[in-house]
Design a protein around this ligand. Structure first.
Ligand code: PHE
Length: 477
């Protein structure tokens, strides 16, 4: 294997331009994470302080990690597992680094399993809104519509299946074909409707209450758990720490500036999340809903706004359609890494690989379907007992909660941490510099962030909920 192989090409071709990569990466980043997950996690974590930590995590930790992922992807030009292996071997490091790739892909796989179920809810809402179900509705009805959908396992399976079929169909054509064009027009569309919703929110009389909740930090509400969950949210919403952006980086043309592209993606992602929050929270307070009501928050608030708005059924249908679209563009980036691995490493036909992965994801997704329906009431607790110190990893969590916790709060940050260590220490500085092609000063700042600040930041945040200090004290007392 040559030490430097700048001519290395991806098996799956390249984006036609830097702009195409920006669109695809934005398509991956902007999705249910921004519009479904962000508001409800903010609601559960108490608002402003969480939002501030989240934004800091996106800009200070997320951005450098994203740059590292794109750089590694473009240097390796393969799926995450083989990229890690090839790059490690080139640098004379152990091939065990490929296990990091395995962990990344595993994380994406698990995320997709529930992402598809929520994508299914969104699909269902396209039809419910189009049918005029929410016209002139009230909070009680909206709640019960949501409950009826999510407690009915059969319907959930049907929508989950449909969402997975759409994702499989797109990925089996190859992610480049069609994706660029679609993202170019539909993403701005989604953004426009979000702005319309913000306009509506200003008429509820609770606009400033919503803004205060989102932007006035009350640091008393910040706990170790919410710190970690803000960081997990940042990683989730940027699509980093699981190989999706690395995979897209593998298709990035050599000449494109990694810094410029990633900054644009991160800023759009952050803006969409914040705007979704600004649209949703005034509605939450205006209708006396609970900000901490969990995974149903968006589905129980926005229909109220559409129900009251002029031409609400039409705008609402369009909104949910665009949200489905945003979810699909994220889902395909979650499915692409394992598919590329099967194709590149095991010489599968693309179609077969997609079907196999799609089916496996669908199967695991049933766990999430059931945890909202027939497994309601089944909850698990995992506690470690060290004699003097007892540590509760999670308590009374459903299958969905456990997968969500495991991926967003354990695996994504851990992969992110290891990716920075890999890019910062295992790859030599000069090779990094050539690939990332930054101005000297910027490069230094980035490299120092990669080697020291990001890993330490992630590490400390990961340990805060584990009561790091109490734990050490407990062992020695
Ligand atoms: N970033 C996507 C969202 O916000 C979800 C995602 C996570 C996609 C990880 C790819 C990888 O919805």
């Amino acid at each position: 294997m040559p030490i430097e192989s700048p001519e290395r090409k991806s098996l799956h071709g390249q984006w036609t331009s830097k702009f195409a990569f920006i669109l695809a990466a934005t398509g991956s980043a902007v999705g249910l994470g921004n519009i479904w997950r962000f508001p409800y996690v903010v609601g559960e974590s108490g608002g402003g302080a969480f939002v501030l930590v989240y934004a800091l995590c996106v800009l200070l930790l997320g951005l450098p990690v994203m740059m590292a992922e794109v750089m590694l992807g473009r240097k390796g030009r393969r799926n995450p597992i083989q990229t890690m292996e090839v790059l490690a071997l080139e640098e004379g490091r152990t091939r065990l680094w490929r296990w990091l790739g395995v962990m990344c892909i595993g994380t994406g796989f698990l995320i997709l399993s529930y992402y598809s179920v929520i994508g299914g809810w969104t699909l269902a809402y396209v039809f419910r809104t189009a049918g005029g179900l929410f016209t002139g509705t009230d909070a009680e009805t909206v709640k019960s519509v949501f409950k009826m959908l999510t407690t009915d396992a059969e319907r959930l399976i049907a929508w989950h299946t449909l969402f997975m079929v759409i994702t499989v169909a797109v990925v089996s054509r190859g992610v480049q074909a069609g994706l660029e064009k679609a993202v170019r027009y539909l993403m701005p569309g989604l953004f426009l409707i979000l702005l319309l919703l913000v306009l509506y929110a200003t008429t509820t009389g609770y606009f400033t209450v919503g803004l205060e909740f989102l932007f006035v930090p009350d640091f008393g509400k910040l706990t170790g758990d919410s710190l970690l969950s803000a960081m997990g949210m940042a990683f989730f919403s940027l699509s980093i720490g699981m190989g999706a952006i690395m995979m897209y980086g593998a298709y990035l043309p050599k000449e494109s500036s990694i810094m410029q592209t990633t900054v644009l993606v991160a800023v759009s992602d952050l803006s969409v999340a914040l705007i979704a929050g600004i649209a949703i929270f005034p509605i939450v307070f205006a209708y006396g809903l609970e900000p901490s009501s969990g995974a149903g928050l968006v589905f129980q608030t926005l229909p109220l706004a559409f129900g009251k708005m002029h031409m609400g059924a039409l705008i609402g249908t369009l909104f949910f359609l665009l949200l489905v679209f945003a979810a699909v563009t994220s889902a395909i980036s979650l499915l692409e890494p394992p598919v590329a691995w099967l194709v590149e490493k095991w010489r599968f036909q693309r179609q077969q690989a997609v079907l196999l992965c799609g089916f496996a994801v669908w199967l695991v997704g049933l766990g999430t379907v059931f945890s909202f329906s027939i497994w309601v009431g089944y909850e698990w607790t995992l506690a470690l007992d060290f004699g003097k110190v007892k540590y509760v990893l999670f308590e009374d969590k459903s299958f969905f909660d456990i997968i969500d916790f495991l991926t967003a709060q354990v695996m994504l940050p851990l992969c992110g941490l290891l990716i920075t260590v890999f890019a910062g220490y295992a790859i030599n500085r000069e090779a990094c510099k050539r690939e990332i092609a930054l101005h000297e000063i910027l490069f230094r700042v980035w490299h120092i962030t990669l080697r020291y600040i990001a890993p330490m930041g992630v590490f400390v945040v990961m340990l805060t909920p584990f009561g790091l200090l109490e734990f050490i004290k407990g062992l020695f007392s």
